[in-house]
Design a protein around this ligand. Structure first.
Ligand code: CA
Length: 232
């Protein structure tokens, strides 16, 4: 993967670039928010490792501008340990994952490679449907009632898992494992934020919502004609 590391602690940036290079990635570092954003927009990396506290422009603003520009890079944010507020803000602003400082390089590399992997798809079909919602696995395109919906890579992955088995209820834990490959650090809040982001993009403005919360169980996607019987 081509990876841009936006981090202003020179030693940490060096270590991260070194570890990623050893794992076969083309990694470069930038130590300033404004310059980092410019480089991300120009070079279109596959993934951005983004520190939040940066000179020039803070990480959350860099992230917002990347998403505003519809930049498709996957973004993993680096937060101070216990900094829940920033983590939540980062995920809401369009980040795909986060890592709390201090972290081990093995963990960062594992997270990055998990983000690079596509969610496994049954070979049967490339076009998933639920009601008037269509998801094209190969082209990574989503439309509802014929209108294009722009999703971040991780939003797409969550929706893809739900749409592979419409009407099946996925627990937050299962979604977390399927999408983020986090098997030990289970985090319901992350899943909830992504579902909220998806609802805004997929269901807002439509009479029949497709994404449903099944209380105490999890989430499911259902075409409208099947919702009457069992919706809470
Ligand atoms: Ca910093």
């Amino acid at each position: 993967m081509r990876i841009l590391v936006i981090e202003d602690e020179p030693q940490l940036a060096r270590h991260v670039v070194g570890a990623l290079s050893r794992h076969g990635h083309a990694a470069t570092a930038q130590n300033d928010g404004i310059l980092g954003l410019a480089l991300a927009l120009e070079q279109q990396p596959d993934l951005v490792v983004l520190d939040l506290n940066l000179p020039g422009l803070d990480g959350l603003s860099v992230l917002a501008k990347l998403r505003e520009a519809k930049n498709p890079a996957r973004v993993i944010i680096l937060t101070a340990r216990g900094d829940v507020e920033h983590r939540v803000k980062g995920l809401k602003a369009g980040a795909d994952d986060y890592l709390a400082k201090p972290f081990s390089m093995e963990e960062l590399v594992a997270r990055i490679e998990a983000l690079g992997r596509r969610v496994a798809t049954p070979a049967s079909t490339d076009l998933l449907e639920a009601g008037d919602l269509r998801l094209d696995v190969q082209r990574r395109r989503v439309t509802r009632a014929g209108h294009n919906i722009a999703l971040s890579p991780r939003e797409f992955d969550v929706l893809q898992v739900l749409m592979q088995e419409p009407t099946r209820v996925f627990s937050r834990t299962e979604l977390c494992e399927r999408v983020w490959q986090r098997d030990h650090e289970y985090d319901t809040r992350t899943v909830e934020i992504f579902i909220a982001r998806l609802r805004k993009k997929v269901d807002a403005g439509f009479k029949d919502p497709l994404i449903h919360t099944i209380r105490s169980v999890g989430y499911t996607i259902r075409p409208p004609d099947r919702t009457q019987a069992t919706t809470e």
